[in-house]
Design a protein around this ligand. Structure first.
Ligand code: ATP
Ligand code: MG
Length: 285
């Protein structure tokens, strides 16, 4: 394509360089003629392929795991070893009853995003209902403070984009009972900061907002992206899970978004579950 300012990379060339991880600025470059453009393309492609090969070599012989798993390791270690939380694994298949308990009824916006299995079951869009259930029954039998977390896949139909995947990895933690009423927001803030430190992220902001499902939430934001959302109780939904007038705090963190923020990648697909990308590397050079 040629205009007053010069010749630009073709759509195919741009796509190829973007796949290989070229920054936006590199793709937008202008040239005096097609020969110099094509030469630039060839050289840039070769440089990016060489860099991809080096990264792949680093992954296979040194790191042995992609950034997503690295984040999962850092966070779970911090929670178990420093924070005294216990890790659990709950079912990915959820009954509609659990959704209803979260007040995600037929008229709720999240309803549209649910992957259905059959008339009564779906793939979980969040970990919260299972953790609610588990913390309640665990407290009932132990009468001790319950500190639980789960790291697992959640499913939501999304219209894609740079920050949304149809399947993503959620870390959800709950502390029940938590600090006395009036101090929950502070406790949540403390946990959120600890989580970011454990993940290795230094620049982020904490933002208090109102959520339809959770009431007041404390969110972790990096740039324009929400990394995590925290909520606390007592909360109107508690009664659906047999919980009455008890202080608790919970935080849900999207681990692909943490990986994205750590890597500074342009799209979440590169760090998500994939057979096209491995640890952000496009496997077709
Ligand atoms: P958004 O408004 O960005 O869609 P959300 O409010 O739907 O986010 P929550 O339901 O609060 O997100 O889920 C907690 C965290 O899970 C989010 O902060 C985000 O990190 C992550 N998350 C949610 N949906 C997705 C998705 N489709 N892909 C990747 N991560 C997601
Ligand atoms: Mg959403």
């Amino acid at each position: 394509m040629k205009d007053m300012n010069g010749t630009f990379l073709t759509q195919t060339q741009k796509q190829r360089l973007a796949e290989l991880g070229a920054p936006e600025s590199g793709i937008a470059a202008a040239f005096s003629d097609t020969a110099s453009r094509d030469l630039f393309f060839k050289e840039t492609e070769a440089t990016l392929i060489a860099a991809s090969k080096r990264r792949l070599e680093q992954l296979m012989s040194v790191d042995h795991r992609p950034i997503l798993i690295e984040v999962e390791d850092r966070m779970s270690r911090w929670l178990r070893e420093e924070m005294g939380f216990t890790q659990v694994a709950t079912p990915v298949i959820l009954s509609d009853v659990q959704l209803t308990k979260m007040s995600i009824g037929d008229d709720h916006p999240l309803r549209e995003q649910i992957f259905r299995i059959d008339k009564t079951k779906c793939l979980r869009p969040m970990l919260a209902p299972n953790l609610y259930e588990l913390m309640q029954s665990l407290y009932k039998v132990t009468k001790k403070q319950v500190k639980l977390f789960e790291i697992g896949v959640c499913f939501r139909k999304e219209s894609q984009g740079a920050q949304h995947l149809n399947e993503f990895t959620m870390l959800n933690l709950v502390e029940f009972p938590s600090v006395p009423e009036g101090q929950q927001r502070e406790r949540l803030t403390e946990i959120a900061k600890g989580a970011m430190k454990a993940a290795g992220l230094e620049s982020y902001e904490l933002e208090v907002t109102d959520s339809a499902v959770y009431g007041e939430t404390v969110d972790i934001i990096v740039g324009e992206m929400e990394l995590a959302s925290g909520a606390y109780g007592p909360h109107p939904l508690d009664i659906n899970f047999g919980i009455f007038d008890t202080s608790w705090v919970g935080l849900g963190i999207g681990l692909e978004r943490v990986a994205l923020a750590l890597r500074g990648e342009t799209g979440i697909k590169r760090v998500g579950r994939s057979i096209t990308y491995l640890d952000g590397i496009r496997l077709n050079f």
